[in-house]
Design a protein around this ligand. Structure first.
Ligand code: ZN
Length: 419
C-alpha cells in the first residue's frame, strides 16, 4: 500500500472509530468522543463535520455522555438514512429487522416455519424480505441484507456450506438471487458470530475498550448449539469456516444419531430441541401436564416454570442438559482460556437456578483463572447482529467509496482502543 493510501486508510479508520462510539453510546459531545477515541480536538471537529456533511450523523442536544457544565451540542446517528436489513434463520422461525447504523429497530417481523425443507424455507425468506422492504417508507435506504444462519458458513464468499438443521439444500446462488431481486448486496454469517457482535453493544464504553485484545466465547444455546470465538479481539473462523461447532463435539460415541450424521453429539443431549423432545415424551406418557404452568401458551415458559417448582418430570431433563453443557464448557475453557463466556439463545431465558447449577459445575472443574459467565438473552440478537456485521461495509461504501477496495476490511475486528 502506498503512503498516500496508508494515510487515507488511517484517516478512514479513525473516522470509523468516531462513528463507532457515536452509534454505540450517542448522543455524544465532542469532549466524550475525545476521551473515548484518544483523538485530538481538531481531528474530532474535522471528523464530526465530515460525518454531518454526509448525513451519517445529526446534531442534537441533551448529551448522555460524561460532559458537565453547559449543554454542548452532541452527535447521534441519523436514523433516517443507511439502514440494514438483518434476518435470523432459526430452525423454528425466521426473524427479521430493519435497523439504523446504531442498531435502532425501525421494523421487525417473525415468521414461524412450518417445516424444515430448505427450498420451502428459502421461499419463506423471500416473502419475509419482501415484507420488510415494504415496511419502510424509503426502501432505497436499505443498503445491505445480512443473514444469520446455523451450520457451516464459509466466511469469505459467505455462502452456506452445510446447513444440516434443514432437509435438502438452499440454492447455491441464494445471495445472488436475493441481490438481483432486491437490488442490494447480501451476505451470510454464522449465527453465534452475529450474536457476539451485538452483545458488545450492551457493554459500557470502558468494558468495550477492554475487549479489544480479549478472548470471548459466546454460546448460542438454543434449538441447536453453536459458538462464536473472539480470539485476541478478532473473530476466529478456522481455515474452512467450520469453527465453533461445539454442538457437534461428541460426548458419547455410543449415543443416539445426531442431525449431522455422527452419534452422541452435545446437541443430542443439551440443546433446547433435545429438552423439548423429552418434554413432549413425558407429556405423552402422562407424567407432565404443562397446562398449570402455561401462562402465555409458550411451552418454553411452562418448562421453566415447572423447573423452578422442581416438577419431578422436568427437573431431571433440564438438569441433564445443563450437566452435559458443563462438560462441554469445561473442555472449551481448558483449551481457550477465555476471559468471558456469554450464553444466548432459548436456554438463556431459563431460570436463574439453571445457571447457578451451570456456574457451580464449571467452577468446580476449572483449574486456571475463573471465567466470567454472562447470560444475556437479547431479543432478535441474531437478526440485529447480522445487520451489525455489515455496518462497517455500509459506512465505508457511503463515505469512502473511492478507497473501499484499497483498505483492508476490518469488519471482524473491534475498532482500536483509545490512545
Ligand atoms: Zn452432531
Amino acid at each position: 500500500m502506498s503512503s498516500k493510501n496508508t494515510n487515507i486508510a488511517g484517516a478512514a479508520s479513525s473516522l470509523y472509530r468516531v462513528l463507532d462510539y457515536i452509534r454505540r453510546y450517542g448522543p455524544l459531545a465532542k469532549k466524550d468522543l475525545q476521551r473515548y477515541t484518544g483523538l485530538s480536538w481538531g481531528s474530532i471537529s474535522n471528523y464530526t463535520a465530515r460525518l454531518l456533511a454526509e448525513g451519517i450523523i445529526v446534531e442534537c442536544s441533551g448529551p448522555r455522555g460524561i460532559s458537565k457544565g453547559r449543554n454542548p451540542s452532541s452527535y447521534a446517528v441519523n436514523r433516517k438514512k443507511n439502514w440494514i436489513l438483518g434476518l435470523d434463520v432459526q430452525m423454528n422461525c425466521l426473524s427479521g429487522v430493519v435497523v439504523a447504523l446504531d442498531g435502532f429497530r425501525l421494523y421487525s417481523a417473525t415468521v414461524d416455519l412450518k417445516n424444515r425443507d430448505a427450498s420451502e424455507v428459502f421461499g419463506n425468506i423471500l416473502d419475509l424480505l419482501e415484507r420488510l422492504f415494504h415496511s419502510v417508507q424509503t426502501p432505497r435506504e436499505i443498503k445491505r441484507v445480512g443473514f444469520s444462519m446455523p451450520g457451516l458458513i464459509d466466511p469469505k464468499p459467505g455462502k452456506p456450506l452445510a446447513v444440516y438443521h434443514f432437509t435438502g439444500v438452499f440454492p447455491g446462488n441464494m445471495l445472488k438471487l436475493i441481490g438481483e431481486r432486491f437490488g442490494v448486496p447480501a451476505a451470510i454469517f454464522h449465527d453465534p458470530d452475529c450474536m457476539l457482535m451485538i452483545h458488545f453493544n450492551s457493554m459500557p464504553p470502558d468494558e468495550y475498550a477492554m475487549m479489544i485484545d480479549s478472548n470471548v466465547v459466546l454460546i448460542r444455546w438454543s434449538y441447536g448449539i453453536g459458538s462464536a470465538l473472539l480470539l485476541n479481539g478478532k473473530l476466529y473462523y478456522g481455515d474452512h469456516g467450520a469453527s465453533g461447532e461445539i454442538g457437534h463435539t461428541v460426548v458419547d460415541p455410543a449415543g443416539p444419531l445426531c442431525i449431522c450424521g455422527n452419534k452422541g453429539c452435545l446437541e443430542v443431549y443439551a440443546s433446547f430441541r433435545a429438552v423439548l423432545e423429552q418434554v413432549y415424551a413425558v407429556i405423552e406418557e402422562g407424567r407432565f401436564d404443562p397446562e398449570p404452568y402455561c401462562r402465555n401458551g409458550l411451552i418454553r415458559d411452562a418448562i421453566w416454570a415447572a423447573y423452578r417448582q422442581k416438577d419431578p418430570a422436568i427437573l431431571p431433563i433440564v438438569n441433564t442438559a445443563v450437566d452435559y453443557m458443563v462438560s462441554a464448557v469445561v473442555n472449551m475453557v481448558n483449551v481457550l482460556d477465555p476471559r468471558i463466556l456469554i450464553f444466548d439463545g432459548e436456554f438463556a431465558t431459563a431460570p436463574r437456578e439453571c445457571f447457578d447449577r451451570l456456574r457451580a459445575g464449571i467452577a468446580g472443574r476449572i483449574k486456571g483463572e475463573p471465567v466470567t459467565i454472562k447470560v444475556l438473552p437479547w431479543e432478535n440478537s441474531g437478526a440485529i447482529g447480522a445487520a451489525e456485521m455489515l455496518v462497517q461495509e455500509v459506512f465505508f461504501e457511503t463515505l469512502w467509496n473511492e478507497i473501499r477496495d484499497r483498505t483492508a476490511s476490518c469488519r471482524d475486528t473491534l475498532p482500536s482502543a483509545a490512545g
